[in-house]
Write a protein of this length. Structure first.
Length: 311
């Protein structure tokens, strides 16, 4: 079963995103985010902090988590500010790799916050998740660059182009699936993240491998319950008292990727399938927006089939 580890819970995106947007505008040109995963051991925080200090940088935030008091797996998210960062970031990375990361056998990455994460979106006919992302992006509540939208239907072209975002129509059938995926890959090449905003096609394992842990899907159920098609009808027939949605990274195994975010809403026996779907779409929008926002802010570390989310 997929698991999700978070250090805090969040019911709303807008307030946090607005604050983040303000801070980003003020400091992004000279800030970077460092994500670290390694075996927990003494001296990690001191070594990282001392390295950053020696470069003349100042730590803005530092979040950490360990899976056990001793001998567990250690995770860190650190943001720092350094004047002229873009001019020395390659030297910084090389030196960190040699003097700190190697010593502690770290899996790590450094992101220059001045560089916006490029995001491509795939969608079919349902527009609620897509339009919510585009609206948040236009309002500055998603700190990324949405480059284009690809759909296997023409239905949402005008809605997308109204936001000034390029729209590409790539029909998908059983006969042309391989060619269609090759075309989609070519159209979206250069993006850092793909978002499936209710894209009602199962991606091939070859496509997923090309974008390993770079595809986020919104599944319209509270996974691991009701995997596959028509989960709201499955939920209704089961007589559940809670329905939900799940944002997760896509893997070759359907609906089994590491979970980033979930939410639920209480329902009763009086509500039919149509009403469950309407309630569910609101949950889907918010869950997907939070997951995408945390990813582009470099707040997610994948560990096996789990995630650590520093939100």
């Amino acid at each position: 079963m997929s698991d999700n580890i978070t250090n805090t819970s969040s019911d709303t995106l807008s307030n946090n995103a607005a604050i983040s947007k303000y801070l980003n505008e003020a400091t992004n040109n000279d800030t970077a985010t460092l994500l670290i995963k390694c075996r927990d051991q003494a001296g990690i925080v001191q070594a990282v902090s001392e390295f950053i200090y020696r470069y003349g940088a100042n730590i803005i935030t530092l979040d950490q988590y360990s899976t056990a008091h001793e001998g567990g797996q250690y995770f860190m998210r650190l943001e720092f500010v350094l004047a002229g960062l873009s001019d020395i970031i390659e030297n910084f990375e090389g030196s960190f790799a040699h003097t700190v990361a190697k010593r502690y056998d770290m899996t790590w990455r450094l992101h220059d916050n001045a560089i916006k994460t490029k995001v491509g979106i795939l969608v079919s006919k349902f527009d609620h998740a897509l339009l919510d992302l585009l609206w948040r992006h236009e309002r500055g509540l998603l700190d990324c660059q949405i480059t284009s939208v690809v759909s296997n239907h023409e239905d949402l072209r005008q809605s997308v182009e109204n936001f000034g975002i390029p729209f590409h129509h790539v029909p998908v059938t059983k006969e042309n699936k391989k060619q269609a995926e090759a075309q989609i890959h070519e159209l979206l090449a250069g993006n850092d993240l793909l978002v499936l905003a209710r894209y009602m096609q199962i991606l091939s394992s070859d496509f997923v491998q090309r974008w390993s842990m770079k595809i986020i899907n919104i599944h319209h159920s509270f996974l691991p319950a009701f995997v596959g098609a028509d989960p709201y009808r499955q939920a209704y027939e089961k007589g559940v008292k809670l329905i939900g949605a799940t944002a997760h990274y896509v893997t070759a195994e359907l609906d089994q990727g590491p979970i980033i975010e979930q939410d639920v809403h209480r329902v009763t026996h009086k509500q039919g399938v149509a009403e469950l779907r309407a309630i569910g779409r609101d949950i889907e929008r918010n869950v997907l927006a939070r997951a995408v926002n945390w990813h582009v802010q470099n707040r997610v570390i994948v560990s096996g089939n789990k995630t650590v989310v520093f939100n």
